[in-house]
Structures are given as C-alpha cells and as structure tokens.
Design a protein around this ligand. Structure first.
Ligand SMILES: *[C@@H]1O[C@H](CO)[C@@H](O)[C@H](O)[C@H]1NC(C)=O
Ligand SMILES: *[C@@H]1O[C@H](CO)[C@@H](O)[C@H](O)[C@H]1NC(C)=O
Length: 343
C-alpha cells in the first residue's frame, strides 16, 4: 500500500466510525410520548445530576420513577415513596411535587379522607437530604398545610421563591355553588409551616377557564430574566378544553396581592385536534442542558370526559420570549421528540 492508499483507508474507516456513532446517537436522541400508558396525571419532573425523576397522581400512594433518559421512563420501575392508612388522609393522593428546600427533600400533596373528595387538603412529607436523589427516603408525614383563614378544599400546592421569601401557591374552593376554584397564595416561615391568611391571586373569568366549571388550578411559578410568572391550568380536568394560562407578576410588586398579577386573555397551551391531544395541562417546568422542558398530562380520545387514569404524561421543550413562556403546540403521541442534553 502506498502512503496515499493508507491515508484513504484511514479516512474511510474514520468516516464509517463517525457515521455509525452518529446514527447510534440519533437513535437514542429522541423519546416518544406518552411516557406512561395510564395514571400519568399531574406530573412533576426534574432532571438532577443526569437522572430524570418523575411523580404523578396515583391516588393510592405517592410513587416516583427514575431514569437517565426520558425514553427510559417508559420502562422504569415504580418506586413507592409513601402510603398512608391514617383516617382522614388515606384517600385520593393527588399531584405530589418534590422540592429540595433548605437541604432536605419535601413532597407537597393533596389527600382526602373517608372516601370524601370534599375533605381534600394540602399536606407535606419530609424525605432525605441527598440533593442528587429525591427517591431516597424514608418520607415521613409532617402535617397539613392549612392557612389561618382557609380550612377549605385545597389541592395542587407548589412553591414560589422570590426575594429571599417563600410562598405556598395552591388551588382552593372559593365558592361551592357554583363550584369555583381560584388560585391562592400563603406566606411560609419554613418548608412545613404556612403563616397567616391565604389570599386570592386569580379567579377564572374567560370562556377557556370555565369549560364545565370555573377552575384555576395547578399553579407553577417560574422566574425568567427577572420576571416571575405563574403558569396554571384552567377549566375542568374532565373536559377536552383543559388548558394552560399565564399570570405575570409586576416587577417589585407584592405577590400576595391579586392586583400585582396580570392574566393573559388567551391560553398558552391547549388541545390540538389534528394531533389528537385533548385537555392538555397540569404541567411542571424543569431545566435541562438544552433549556426548559415541561411535563404535562393529556388525553388521546376526544370523548374522554373524565379526570381519570386515561390521562398520560407527555414531555416537550418550551422557550421564553420577552413576554414570558412560549409553549409549542402539543405533539401527537408516538412522534419523536428530542431527548434533552443532561445538565
Ligand atoms: C452525580 O452522579 C454521579 C454519577 O452517578 C455521582 O458519582 C455523583 O456522586 C453525583 N453527584 C452528587 C452531588 O450526588
Ligand atoms: C411571545 O410569544 C407569544 C406566543 O407565541 C406571542 O403572542 C408574543 O407576541 C411574543 N412576544 C414577543 C415580544 O415576541
């Protein structure tokens, strides 16, 4: 072989190695929705030190799935973190969210008792201290989170951190007849203690917030480029019109006053009949090496008028522009979505 032939051979080998490495990576570089086949409502998902952790509403317990890819969550093992037979808080465990606050993992969740949905209140569990692993417990029950003025139906608690203060945001029953759910906020003195009264920050008013029942729930605060937003879910979860809406906090204003929040008149994210995605909402936003992604639940059949187990978890990227978060159209099931880079 001449020197020229040798270099050609080398180039060919290098090229085929590069091509096969690329196609190998391509295969692993996408995932498909949904992430689960049933019972995937109200997901919470985070990417921590190269691992995805996910919870969703299981009704009977609080469980987590973990994997080093989003695709891998399809086949991940269910890890049950908490069950509770205690009378008064043993029925319909909803929308657990896991938060690492002051060096410890906490899970905020709603639960009822006595087979009576009307008794739903927010509660908190305390878990381990390993920041890289929210699946390590044991998770222990701490107590209910009930504001002084609001021992009333409450669900979907989340945390707003702003200017060294911490607030609890949740959805509560404002009126019984007609049933109306508004968004509330309460100050926190530590991760397991609310202080003072809860205040209403926003109530459903637009047509897209009142399908079947006026509802604002699933509030998820996010601060980007100095502005704080709450992305929330609107309309009744049983409808195909369940959607995401946006509140923007006036910079420097007190988050406990309704007047400090401005609501967008249009939803950010809603059903896409062409893609066959109905009632998408109750999301959680998280950071990846490729910017922000969000997990949410959706339904596949147009006639699924229920808030049941047919809701499955889906994941997609989203971005921001100068007026806030910009969500894509919901993607159809089984369409390849780019696997995010790890942080
Ligand atoms: C992050 O993951 C790596 C690899 O699994 C592990 O060696 C490291 O200890 C983890 N970091 C933390 C802070 O736990
Ligand atoms: C940001 O995106 C939203 C949603 O697509 C759009 O309505 C809005 O006009 C955009 N704002 C700017 C400043 O581009």
């Amino acid at each position: 072989m001449t020197m020229a032939q040798l270099s050609l051979l080398f180039l060919l080998v290098a090229y085929s190695v590069a091509v096969s490495a690329r196609s190998f990576r391509r295969q692993e570089d996408t995932f498909t929705n949904p992430i689960n086949q049933a019972k995937g409502a109200d997901p919470c998902m985070r990417l921590i030190n190269g691992t995805y952790f996910m919870t969703s509403t299981q009704n009977t317990d609080i469980s987590m799935w973990m994997s080093d890819t989003v695709e891998g969550l399809h086949t991940a093992e269910k890890i049950t973190l908490f069950t509770d037979d205690t009378e008064g808080r043993n029925f319909d465990f909803w929308a657990p969210e896991f938060w690492y606050l002051d060096g410890t993992w906490y899970i905020y969740y709603a639960v009822a008792g006595n087979y009576d949905d009307n008794t739903h209140r927010m509660h908190v569990l305390r878990g381990g201290t390993d920041e890289a692993d929210p699946s390590t417990g044991p998770y222990e029950y701490v107590g209910p989170l009930i504001p002084d003025n609001f021992d009333t139906w409450a669900v979907d608690g989340s945390i707003l951190e702003l200017d060294d203060a911490r607030y609890f945001v949740f959805s509560g029953q404002q009126t019984d007849t007609p049933w109306t759910q508004c968004l509330y906020i309460s100050a926190m003195s530590d991760p397991v203690t609310l202080t003072g009264d809860a205040q209403i920050i926003s109530c459903p008013e637009y047509t897209w917030e009142t399908a079947a029942t006026p509802v604002q729930e699933g509030p998820e605060p996010i601060t980007y480029d100095g502005t704080t937003y709450i992305v929330y879910s609107a309309s009744h979860c049983s409808t195909i019109d369940y959607a995401l809406g946006l509140l923007t906090l006036t910079t420097g204003a007190n988050p406990m006053l309704a007047a400090s929040w401005t609501k967008n008149s249009e939803p950010l994210f809603s059903k896409d009949e062409e893609a066959g995605v109905y009632g998408p909402g109750h999301h959680f936003m998280f950071q990846t090496g490729d910017g922000y992604y969000f997990a949410y639940h959706g339904k596949t059949l147009e006639d699924q008028y229920s808030c049941g187990d047919e809701r499955t978890t889906r994941v997609q990227p989203f971005t921001f522009n100068s007026t806030g978060p910009v969500f894509p159209a919901p993607v159809a099931v089984d369409v390849a979505v780019p696997e995010p880079s790890l942080l």
